[in-house]
Ligand binder design. Sequence first.
Ligand code: PLP
Length: 407
Amino acid sequence: MNKQELIEIRNDFPILAEKVYNKDLIYFDNAATTQKPRCVVEKIEQSYYHYNANIHRGAHFLSIKATEAHEAARTSVAEFLGATKREEIIFTRGTTEAINLVATSFGEAFCKPGDEIIVSVLEHHSNIVPWQMLCERKGLKLRVISINDRGELDLEVYKTLLNEKTRIVSVAHVSNVLGTINPVKEIIRLAHEKDIPVLIDGAQSVPHIHVNVTELDADFYVFSAHKIYGPTGIGALYGKEKWLNAIPPYQGGGEMIKSVTFEKTTYNELPFKFEAGTPDYIGSTAFAEALRYVQQIGMDKIAAYEHELLSYGTERLMEIEGMRIIGTAREKSSVISFLVGNIHPYDIGMLLDKLGIAVRTGFHCAQPLIDSLGIPGTVRASFAFYNTKEEIDAFITALKRVVGMLS
Ligand code: PLP
């Protein structure tokens, strides 16, 4: 990314020019949510102003336009993920709802008491709790892959956990705390050797690295639009057709049915079987616009530039006395969690905020991981392609000042 490209990209994101407490905003909380380019916000406005009507069941012009836009968005998501069939994309409220859908519907169809589900220690709560709830409902056992000192999944442990009782494996592609990029292709291959399906939580991967669900051979792959510069409240579940056809609907209501009588209801075909009620057809078109925006820059270019930011940020952080970086995996995305000496992460975050710098502190919705590391939480700086080395320099200067005050 050259200087001119960066200037143009930053101009696409009006919020980056905001001041907070009279200071230039430095937004390093991209793993929580990303900022939105003008084109995404304008898409929402255009949709409401020019073709807002409920979709699929209307016979009039506006409804047909809105339906076409929503279904074109589904095709965009399918192409973005490298899915071969657009019917394999289900719109959900986000990653969390997509995992709940699979845990509920897959659990209903395929799990019985005594069965096992495998997750890993570095999962976000949304890839733990839905499975735990399933375990409680059906009498299953949750098995957990551990990590090594760098924060990488221990594949030897994983191999010992896979057995004839395992019904599904569900792991993150990228850790939202450690930044570790997990070897999901290998994880899937090992599970498939035993005919076990795998769900990949792509919330932190899809925005940062090229993902192709067909190459990975993932059975389910989920992500949220808001983490990839799209609107809040929408996301996607990719599921192989054979699995989506084999599991029951998640919710009942309009859209997901073929016919309803008081005696019997028959369900709609894919993808509508899993989309009860009026879908977020405004969100879906803005979601597709966000995907178009990042594709125009290029996912490989984004990944390479963010890797530069990661290396530069890591190197500069190491200048600070007492610095401890949590998560040093060999394959890492642009997330840096850290602690300095005995200073509580919250104190660092609070003072950085007063200097205009947005970072996140605490458990990052991954309490089992934080507990297993025996730490009170971390400070997390997470970069996006609109961030710059100059911002990292300003962050380091501010952090040195904050650490000086708190030591
Ligand atoms: N999984 C991971 C790895 C995440 O980082 C997050 C959000 O931070 C989620 C799942 C949940 O995403 P959402 O809140 O958009 O459903």
